[in-house]
Design a protein around this ligand. Structure first.
Ligand SMILES: Cc1cc2nc3c(=O)[nH]c(=O)nc-3n(C[C@H](O)[C@H](O)[C@H](O)COP(=O)(O)OP(=O)(O)OC[C@H]3O[C@@H](n4cnc5c(N)ncnc54)[C@H](O)[C@@H]3O)c2cc1C
Length: 267
């Protein structure tokens, strides 16, 4: 299939991108194109104007600012998976990025595109919720910042307005002790179910993906040290998330247990 006719605009700055989005109600941002272009080819998405943000340098930055790690919306999955600052400050994010699709996908796909696409089985939206990141969004009206768990609203749905541009994500540091695990049918597939488990001084929590319509983070008082007790708790937590698939609950407990064990290794 071929996409419907569209106009192409290359933005060199965020101001140009916002201007193009603000003056064309049928415009959409083009980042890595790994989700948008297939949808356009199937004509499930028919933007009048594509606003290409790939030339905007400011959106590619990864910076440590005081107690925050700022990651530009255009940072590619492959960069996330091997950036020294991310490896050092938020290793769980680098680990999760290595599980996305194949090399070709990781070389083009971006963290901003993954967040806005909001596939419930995607690794990065859940990572942002698990890490309690903030999403910084630009609009012709000015910038606004919202917590990641308020950004995701449901299946492929976010709080982003049509004329808004995701600029960057801000992750509070120090990152919490966290483990990640997922189950896939074949390497490179989307996860059937995945989990991030936090077991830090600050909090004990689990964030699921692939289980419900969007990433779900649940906080507990503490993780029981005994495996049976812990797995009973994980099962109760998983069942609080509305899933379309009964067998996912059994997988979810195993995945979260592995994520818990991975968190213990983080030291
Ligand atoms: C074969 C295949 C396998 C895949 N496997 C996985 C997987 O295992 N796990 C996984 O998580 N993902 C997977 N993906 C999806 C991949 O991660 C995509 O890269 C990602 O979902 C979208 O990122 P993108 O940069 O390509 O965005 P695009 O496709 O360019 O855009 C996606 C959406 O986000 C919007 N958008 C993009 N950037 C911004 C921004 N800064 N501000 C506002 N709106 C924006 C676009 O307008 C569009 O609506 C796979 C894709 C393919 C084709």
């Amino acid at each position: 299939m071929k996409p419907a006719v569209f106009q192409y605009r290359k933005a060199e700055t965020t101001r140009e991108a916002l201007e193009a989005l603000g003056t064309n109600p049928g415009a959409k941002v083009l980042a890595g194109g790994q989700s948008l272009v297939p949808l356009m080819n199937f004509r499930l998405s028919r933007p009048d104007v594509l606003v290409d943000i790939n030339g905007i340098e400011e959106l590619t930055l990864v910076e440590k600012l005081d107690q925050t790690l700022a990651i530009g919306a255009l940072v590619r999955h492959s960069t996330l998976s091997q950036h020294p600052l991310i490896e050092r400050e938020v290793p769980v994010l680098a680990e999760a990025a290595r599980h996305i699709g194949h090399w070709a996908i990781r070389n083009r796909g971006t963290i901003g595109g993954s967040a806005v696409h909001a596939d419930p089985a995607a690794e990065l939206p859940a990572a942002l919720v698990a890490l309690r990141a903030s999403v910084v969004v630009g609009a012709p009206r000015g910038e606004r910042t919202m917590p990641a768990d308020e950004f995701f609203l449901g299946y492929y749905t976010t709080a982003l307005a049509q004329d808004e541009l995701v600029m960057r994500f801000e992750i509070p540091l120090p990152a919490r002790r966290m483990g990640f695990s997922e189950v896939v049918r074949r390497p490179g597939d989307f996860a059937l179910v995945g989990a991030y488990v936090e077991d830090s001084d600050a909090e004990a929590a689990v964030t699921w993906f692939g289980l419900g319509a969007m990433p779900e983070r649940q906080v507990v008082e503490a993780w029981p040290k005994g495996q049976d007790e812990r797995q009973a708790l994980l099962e109760r937590l998983a069942r609080e998330v509305q899933s379309d698939d009964e067998y996912k609950y059994a997988m979810a407990v195993n995945v979260a247990e592995r994520a818990y064990l991975a968190a213990q290794k983080e030291g």
